[in-house]
Design a protein around this ligand. Structure first.
Ligand code: ADP
Ligand code: ZN
Length: 614
């Protein structure tokens, strides 16, 4: 392996091209790299897939000494190290999974100056004697990845991260760069304070993920809705998030029965079963992981094409993080979610039943409100999402259900009056599901038991179907005509009197957006039909070439025991499939083909392409 000679002080743009095969920096990367190369410290806030790694990898190659990267998860370190080795950069990792001899070998490399980058777990870094040993070496920088792990409020808190403040004193002259995809101001301030980065510059990138299409659906039957969504997505890698372990098991079984390569993942499984699932997801193509939120950090697979929520996540922050695992490679991806008012009371109950104090519970309820606001928003979803993180979009995004499938407002005054009457006549105790049954004149066991068939409101709602009524109830809740609080276990009651009375008296009109009738909903909607797919734009013969290149990549990856995406990203293979380079010079012009990969794979790749042409 050839370490890039560090005494040459190469130019960052030249390293970007030669080593990584990219023609230009993206977003704030250039500024960050220049700042750190010049010896400055920084806090970098950039979304998942934004390109954080290069912000410390390139300075490590441009400054003398080794770049030390602190990373919380072994899987993340291994992928990074493997990816770097593929580009010809000399990198290694020190963590608890190494055998004694392996660690000694890494130290020998370090002390002989052969390493450009060292990945280390915080436990290792802080173990006795480690920092002393490091201090004897020339160091390019410290990078603290997933820096939000210092925040006690986040769900990824790692106590050892707090001790990383020691780096500020012990290594005062060495630049430190902390990186995270968590954007909220509180976490940001905590990171700066706890890692003593007050003097470092803050680089804040846009948190928009333009390649992710947000599609929200009214929840009717999550299972068949999911299967319909996936019907023409066979072979794509994705994540399905469900609320509970039992739901995870059930959805995974449903997908398997429908012929998908699906695997369940939750905290109740043995650690072997979990790493087996993770390995399958990483190393095979087209695997769907059905998971609780236990499946999260450490997933840096770049070609996840969809993230589907069959239950509401906990908050808009969680939603953003979870959906953010789609499309890290920048190619089109979909964040799909079914949502219904049925989820909300249960989430409220979780909060109430938790051990948190009153103040914390209020925060949690507020977070849930923000999520409901997002899912009930009309118009562009992305605007609502980004506004929550303090960012204003100049125009509608054109890549969400609000933009692609605008729903017409219609006069719902009479229907809303009927819905409110149903609430009133049944004693303001029931949830939307039962109320809709009453309105539709259903003959359920519950209706018989309660005698609700004899109410005047029974069967007066034939003008809408079940899904439309449910959407109407949800909007009445979202607008304050009805309330649903935790104590009533999902039962709906009248909301603000000043709203309800005039509506019942017919003094105000109410316009709402209703979904189309069920018959039309079963057809793929505009958002799904035109659904962004990486290969969509490619002509058929290029698609065939891409498939063949994928097969070629799989063989390369298998023979080296690495995940396919460290060999080349889909993005690179797609470009090769459409440009059909004839020789190494042309191949070198493809994004993601640096010098080392050209030398290692060029001949074999060109041969594979030529074979296809024959
Ligand atoms: P993050 O750590 O912020 O989630 P990564 O560092 O993994 O993101 O980068 C995401 C993807 O973008 C990777 O495939 C990476 O190779 C690619 N990438 C990063 N910077 C550039 C660039 N300047 N030009 C082209 N691709 C880039
Ligand atoms: Zn939009």
């Amino acid at each position: 392996m050839t370490a890039v000679p560090s005494d040459l002080h190469p130019d960052p743009a030249e390293v970007l091209q030669r080593v990584f095969g990219y023609a230009a920096f993206r977003g704030p990367q250039a500024g960050i790299v220049a700042h750190v190369v010049a010896g400055g410290s920084a806090l970098v806030l950039m979304p998942t897939g934004g390109g954080k790694s290069l912000c410390y990898q390139i300075p490590s190659l441009c400054r003398p000494g080794v770049g030390v990267v602190i990373s919380p998860l072994i899987a993340l370190m291994q992928d990074q190290v493997e990816g770097l080795r593929q580009t010809g950069v000399s990198a290694a990792a020190l963590h608890s999974a190494l055998e004694g001899g392996e660690a000694a070998a890494v130290w020998r490399q370090l002390e002989s100056g052969a390493l450009n980058l060292l990945y280390v777990s915080p436990e290792r870094l802080l173990s006795p004697g480690f920092l002393d040993r490091l201090a004897a070496l020339p160091l390019a920088l410290f990078a603290i990845d997933e820096a939000h792990c210092v925040s006690q409020w986040g769900h990824d808190f790692r106590p050892e991260y707090l001790q990383l403040a020691v780096l500020a004193e012990r290594f005062a002259g060495i630049p430190r760069i902390a990186l995270t995809a968590t954007a909220d101001p509180r976490t940001r301030d905590e990171i700066r304070e706890r890692l003593r980065l007050q003097d470092g510059r803050v680089f804040l990138a846009s948190f928009d993920r333009p390649n992710i299409r947000y599609l929200l659906r009214d929840k009717e039957d999550a299972r068949s809705q999911l299967l319909a969504f996936l019907a023409d997505r066979r072979g794509e890698a994705g994540i399905v998030y469900a609320r509970s372990r039992s739901r995870v098991e059930r959805f995974a079984a449903d997908l398997q029965a429908a012929g998908f390569d699906a695997v369940a993942y939750h905290a109740g499984l043995s650690s072997e079963a979990r790493s087996e699932a993770l390995l399958r997801f990483r190393n095979r193509s087209g695997v769907i992981v059905v998971a609780t939120i236990a499946f999260g950090m450490g997933i840096d697979k770049p070609d996840v094409r969809f993230v589907a929520h069959v239950d509401l996540p906990k908050s808009l922050e969680a939603y953003y993080q979870e959906t953010g695992r789609a499309g890290r490679d920048g190619l089109p991806a979909v964040a799909w979610m079914v949502h219904g008012s049925g989820d909300v009371p249960q989430l409220r109950r979780f909060i109430e039943d938790s051990e948190a104090g009153e103040a914390q519970k209020r925060i949690e309820h507020g977070k849930l409100d923000a999520l409901i606001g997002y899912s009930e928003a009309s118009g562009c979803r992305r605007r609502v999402l980004l506004r929550h993180f303090g960012e204003e979009l100049e125009q509608d995004c054109g890549n969400c259900d609000g933009c692609l499938e605008p729903q017409q407002l219609s006069d719902c005054t009479v229907m809303a009056q009927k819905a409110l009457s149903a609430v009133y006549r049944t004693g303001a105790r029931f949830g939307a599901a039962h109320l809709v049954d009453v309105l539709l004149g259903a003959d359920t066991a519950r209706i018989r038991e309660l005698g609700h068939a004899s109410l005047s409101v029974h069967g007066i709602g034939g003008e809408l179907d079940r899904g439309q009524w449910r959407a109407l109830f949800r909007q009445l809740v979202a607008r304050g005509f009805l309330t649903s609080d935790a104590e009533r276990r999902g039962g709906l009651a009248f909301g603000d009197d000043a709203l309800v009375r005039p509506l019942l008296r017919g003094e105000t009109r109410l316009e709402l957006r209703l979904p189309p009738p069920a018959r039309e909903r079963r057809r793929p909607s505009a958002g799904e039909r035109s659904s962004a797919r990486p290969l969509q734009e490619l002509p058929a013969d290029a698609q065939q070439r891409f498939e063949a290149l994928r097969q070629w990549r799989l063989e390369q990856a298998r023979s080296q025991g690495v995940p396919p995406y460290v060999v080349f990203h889909d993005r690179t293979l797609i470009e090769i499939a459409s440009r059909q380079p004839n020789d190494e010079a042309e191949l070198a012009g493809v994004a993601g083909v640096g010098q080392a990969k050209l030398e290692r794979y060029g001949a074999s790749l060109l041969a594979a392409l030529r074979e296809l042409g024959d």
